[in-house]
Design a protein around this ligand. Structure first.
Ligand SMILES: Cc1cc2nc3c(=O)[nH]c(=O)nc-3n(C[C@H](O)[C@H](O)[C@H](O)COP(=O)(O)OP(=O)(O)OC[C@H]3O[C@@H](n4cnc5c(N)ncnc54)[C@H](O)[C@@H]3O)c2cc1C
Ligand code: FES
Length: 278
């Protein structure tokens, strides 16, 4: 872990517009003091001059380094400043921080990804990593299914990645809360896509999205017989240091920046996480 408070400088190599409010910024560190590596599920502290810092998950897979992606929703001061930036401009990066998804445990598993909105960002890193591993190893993951919910057709993000995943054999099922004439896929909540036939005793489920979505998806998966050690999610808390020193992200005896953000349901069941009802 990088325990330094001084950010490294990264240059924006490319900006991919995902929808009206989310863009993916493809970055490369240009003055790194130590070699930069990360694992899927980890996050960076991104800084923009005069705007402070925000925690952002890395949305690309480790094999894409030295380039890495941050997919950012325009939500407030820093993220809005980021959305005004252009390729060639520079930002600060600290990290990577936090626990990754336990990729080694996923070998030979059926993978079920359930995401809402920008929540697909950290899962995208895992999906791309699984696809990369599949090209290398016989014991890579078995089947991959993605259930992805958005509020409306115009808010569906990561469409380029989803098209590429479909071409590579991933079963991608999309839904929106409210459709329009242009929308020919499912309409309804992402939990409605959670059908029993998607679950085997070999399924690992990874969930990321708004807390209310996570809560209902966990409840449905549990109802369908998924074990709590096979369900993983990421928690969001306001972060300052990102590396376990300030206590800002404290949650029921844990620090989300070092003990998380990735947790299994088995771990969450030992904690009082009000928004998830555990
Ligand atoms: C581990 C982790 C990973 C994250 N990954 C991503 C990512 O990949 N992409 C992305 O766009 N965002 C991500 N976020 C959320 C991002 O850090 C916040 O939205 C950030 O505060 C935005 O900074 P801002 O200055 O633009 O907005 P601010 O001015 O700080 O806030 C804008 C609004 O969001 C609320 N808010 C801020 N932080 C949080 C939070 N942690 N939880 C709930 N509400 C919050 C504020 O109360 C305010 O209403 C992540 C957060 C965490 C903790
Ligand atoms: S953000 Fe400082 S301890 Fe977690």
């Amino acid at each position: 872990m990088n325990t330094n408070f001084i950010p490294a400088t990264a240059v924006i190599r490319e900006i991919i517009r995902e929808n009206d409010t989310i863009s993916t910024f493809r970055l490369e560190l240009i003055n790194k003091r130590v070699p930069f590596s990360f694992r899927s599920g980890q996050f960076c502290m991104l800084s923009v001059p005069h705007c402070g810092e925000a925690a952002i998950s890395i949305s690309s897979a480790p094999n894409a380094l030295p380039l890495f992606d941050l997919s950012i929703r325009n939500a407030g001061e820093l993220t809005n400043a980021m959305h005004q930036m252009k390729a060639g401009e520079q930002v600060g990066i600290r990290g990577p921080f936090g626990t990754p998804f336990p990729m080694a445990d996923f070998a030979n598993s059926d993978m079920l990804f359930v995401a809402g909105g920008i929540g697909l960002a950290p899962l995208k890193s895992v999906i791309d990593h699984c696809l990369f591993q599949s090209g290398l190893e016989a014991d890579a993951v078995a089947n991959i299914t993605l259930l992805y919910g958005s509020r409306s057709p115009s808010e569906v993000a990561f469409t380029t990645a989803i098209s590429s995943w479909k071409e590579q054999g991933i079963d991608c099922r999309l839904t929106v809360d409210a459709g329009d004439d242009s929308w020919h896929a499912n309409v309804g909540l992402v939990t409605e896509l959670l059908q029993k036939e998607l679950i085997t005793k070999n399924t690992k489920s990874l969930i990321c999205g708004p807390p209310v979505m996570i809560r209902f998806v966990i409840a449905r998966l549990t109802e369908m017989g998924c074990a709590s050690h096979d369900i993983f999610t990421t928690l969001e808390r306001h972060m300052k240091c990102g590396m376990g020193t300030c206590g800002h992200c404290h949650l029921d005896g844990k620090l989300v920046c070092v003990d998380g953000p990735v947790f299994s349901l088995e771990q969450l069941q030992t904690m009082d996480v009000m928004e998830l009802g555990t």
